[in-house]
Design a protein. Structure first.
Ligand code: 2P0
Length: 361
C-alpha cells in the first residue's frame, strides 16, 4: 500500500523593513511592503511532516508534540483549504487515476528547534514549513529539477501568507521582499526573491537571545491596535516605507553594507516608535535591548571615524531579542564585544539571560 507523506523544513526570516499592520485581517494583507533575510543555517527552523490517509478520521496538527486546536474558519483551515483547491484543480482534475488526496484527512506534525513565540518568528517558519510540506505531499512542488513544478514559490507564498504574514517570506532563501499589492483579494501580495544568499554570502546574522520567554503582546493583536490608533503608522506607510524598500533593494544589489545598515537600523527604530505610538503603547525592547543598540551605535561611530564605514546593524522584532547583521570579516570582533559587554547569565550584571549564537544568513 502506498504511503502519502512529505517532510520539509523552513527557516526563520528576519525583517530589515518591518511588516506591522494589516489592511485585511482575514486575507492577511499588509499595510506596507517588507523585506527580510532568510537565515540559512540550522539553528532556527521548523520541520513539518504531512501525511494524508483515507483511514484518518480527522485532520490533526501537532506542534512540538502537542495537539493544536484547528479553529473552524481560522488561519490553518484557510491554508489547508487553499492547498486542497490547488491539488483538486491542478492535479486531480487532470488525471482521474490519481488518488484524491484532497478528500482525505491529514496528520501534520511540526517541530521548532527554538523557543516558540519569543519574538523569533516561529509563526513565519512554522506556516512556511506547513505550506511547503503539504504542497510537496500534494505534488504541487517538485523536488526533481527535471520535472516542472505545478506551483511557483511565489504562489505558495500566497498560501503561507494566509497562515501568518511574515511566513510568505520564508518560502525563499536569501533576500526576500513581500510586496504590499493593491488587489482587495490579495493575489498580488506575494513574496519575491530580491537576491539569492550566494549574491552576498559574507552577510551574517548574529541572534542575541535576550529573553526566550513567550512575548507579552502578540504581533497579530499588537499590529491591529497600531492600525486603529497610531498616526505615525500612516506617515510610515505613505511617506517612509516605499522609498526605503527601493533604497534597501539597491543596497542589497550593490552589496553596500553602509546603506543596508543605516536603513535596517532606522526601520527597526521606526517600527518600535510606531509600537510606542499605539494606544495603549506597546513596549517590546527592554534595558538589555537598548544597551545593545548603544553598543552597536558606538561601534559604528568609532569605525566610521576610522574607516568611513559601518560594521554592524541591529534590528529587533516584536520582542527584546536582537539580531545583529554584520559581514564575515567583522563577526569575530562583534561577538567578542557583545560577550564582553553582555556576559553569559552566570556572571551577567543584567537580570535577563543573554545567549548568543551566530549563523551565516
Ligand atoms: C516582520 N513582524 O516583518 C515583523 C516585524 C514582527 C515585527 O511579521 O498576524 O507573526 O501572523 O501576520 O507575521 C510579526 O507578524 O503576524 C512580524 P501575523 P506575524 O517580521
Amino acid at each position: 500500500m502506498s504511503v502519502f507523506q512529505a517532510t520539509t523544513s523552513a527557516p526563520v526570516n528576519i525583517a530589515c523593513i518591518k511588516y506591522w499592520g494589516k489592511r485585511d485581517n482575514t486575507l492577511i494583507l499588509p499595510t506596507n511592503s517588507s523585506l527580510s533575510i532568510t537565515l540559512s543555517q540550522d539553528h532556527l527552523r521548523s520541520t513539518t511532516t504531512a501525511r494524508a490517509d483515507p483511514t484518518f478520521t480527522e485532520t490533526t496538527l501537532w506542534l512540538n508534540g502537542k495537539v493544536e486546536d484547528i479553529k473552524s474558519g481560522g488561519r490553518l483551515e484557510r491554508c489547508l483549504a487553499q492547498l486542497k483547491k490547488m491539488r483538486r484543480e491542478r492535479i486531480e482534475a487532470k488525471d482521474p487515476n490519481t488518488p484524491k488526496l484532497s478528500e482525505w484527512n491529514l496528520h501534520v506534525a511540526s517541530f521548532n528547534n527554538f523557543p516558540t513565540a519569543a519574538g523569533l518568528a516561529s509563526s513565519a517558519s512554522g506556516f512556511a514549513a506547513l505550506t511547503s510540506s503539504i504542497a510537496a505531499l500534494y505534488g504541487l512542488s517538485s523536488f526533481d529539477p527535471s520535472k516542472p513544478s505545478v506551483s511557483s514559490p511565489s504562489e505558495l507564498s500566497l498560501v503561507a501568507r494566509l497562515g501568518s504574514g511574515s511566513a510568505c517570506r520564508s518560502l525563499f532563501g536569501g533576500f526576500v521582499a513581500w510586496e504590499v499589492g493593491s488587489s482587495p483579494t490579495g493575489e498580488d501580495s506575494l513574496a519575491v526573491q530580491v537576491a539569492p544568499q550566494e549574491h552576498w554570502p559574507t552577510m551574517h546574522a548574529l541572534i542575541c537571545v535576550v529573553n526566550d520567554a513567550k512575548k507579552g503582546t502578540s504581533s497579530t493583536s499588537g499590529m491591529q491596535r497600531t492600525v486603529e490608533t497610531s498616526a505615525l503608522l500612516q506617515h510610515r506607510i505613505k511617506n517612509v516605507v516605499p522609498a526605503r524598500m527601493q533604497a534597501i533593494e539597491k543596497a542589497i544589489k550593490d552589496k553596500d553594507f553602509d546603506s543596508f545598515a543605516r536603513i535596517t537600523m532606522a526601520d527597526s527604530n521606526q517600527f518600535h516608535a510606531v509600537a510606542l505610538d499605539t494606544a495603549p503603547p506597546i513596549f517590546y525592547l527592554n534595558d538589555v535591548s537598548r544597551s545593545i543598540i548603544a553598543v552597536v551605535e558606538e561601534l559604528n561611530r568609532v569605525s566610521y571615524e576610522k574607516t568611513g564605514h559601518l560594521v554592524a546593524a541591529y534590528t529587533f522584532d516584536a520582542g527584546p531579542n536582537a539580531v545583529v547583521y554584520t559581514e564575515s570579516r567583522n563577526v569575530k570582533q562583534i561577538i567578542e564585544i557583545i560577550v564582553r559587554y553582555f556576559p553569559q547569565v552566570e556572571s551577567s550584571p543584567f537580570p535577563d539571560p543573554f545567549n548568543l549564537f551566530s549563523g551565516s544568513q
